[in-house]
Design a protein around this ligand. Structure first.
Ligand code: GLP
Length: 245
């Protein structure tokens, strides 16, 4: 795995955004896999800036978000769909029909996951997948214990993960859905290239699990060691348990 450590989160976020920008310059019709969460905010801010400066054009790109809560409509301001709209999509020129989301409000969630998998395949697969990491090592919403073979599926969220997402729900843990839909680990590993970004001390332990040489479903991000094109972008705090300075 290729690792870059930056002094501060903002520099790590800019580095991740510039990889996305370079990908779109090289292949304007790229299929991107996108995360949500605190870590993605700075990346999306930078991508919006690069777009405003006409450095990045999204008009031919396609995006697939990695996960979504169940039980929320896409219009719900607490959904990941609304998060993406607010922080990225309304600021760039990505056609609405090129945006793909797991619909956590679908009547049949299993069929929704199957349809999403088909859409990824029909788009030609993900060229570049951007990922964050949970403090427990989850990627997407693949919590510890998820099978390596999992494709997009309905996932139970741990209390720790629900707590980490509580900010979207006014800080109320009880308001955070207990389940989500997520691309599975097998889906994620099929992306041609993966960029994982982690910043802050709270991610240091989870980051370490990616560099042990051991693969365990107890730390889902450790499976990235199986992929041949992964770039890990860290700030000093997230790197401290793996690459002490
Ligand atoms: C969330 C999301 C992930 C995200 C991760 C890190 O629960 N499901 O897709 O990458 O956890 O989030 P954050 O960047 O807010 O720490």
């Amino acid at each position: 795995m290729n690792v870059s450590v930056y002094p501060a989160p903002a520099e790590a976020e800019r580095a991740a955004a510039s990889i996305v920008a370079a990908q779109l310059q090289r292949k304007p019709g790229s299929v991107l896999g996108l995360p949500t969460g605190r870590t993605s905010l700075g990346i999306y801010r930078e991508l919006a800036r690069l777009h405003a400066e006409r450095i990045v054009d999204f008009s031919r790109a396609h995006t697939f978000n990695v996960d979504e809560f169940t039980g929320l409509t896409s219009k719900d301001r607490r959904s990941f769909c609304a998060f993406m709209e607010k922080h990225l999509f309304r600021k760039i020129n990505l056609p609405k029909s090129h945006i793909h989301f797991l619909d956590g409000h679908a009547a049949d969630l299993e069929s929704e996951c199957d349809a999403f998998e088909r859409e990824i395949t029909e788009a030609g697969g993900m060229d570049l997948l951007l990922l964050g990491i949970g403090a427990n090592g989850h990627i997407g919403f693949n919590e510890p214990g998820t099978s390596l073979h999992a494709r997009s599926h309905r996932a139970k969220l741990t209390t720790e993960t629900r707590r980490a997402n509580a900010a979207l729900f006014g800080g109320r843990l009880t308001a955070v859905p207990r389940e989500a839909l997520t691309m599975g680990i097998a889906t994620l590993l099929e992306a041609a290239a993966i960029v994982l970004v982690a910043t802050g001390k709270s991610k240091a332990q989870a980051v370490r699990s990616m560099f042990t040489g051991q693969i365990t479903t107890a730390r889902p991000a450790s499976v990235l060691q199986l992929h041949k094109n992964v770039k890990v972008i860290l700030d000093l705090a997230a790197a401290e348990k793996s690459f002490p300075h």
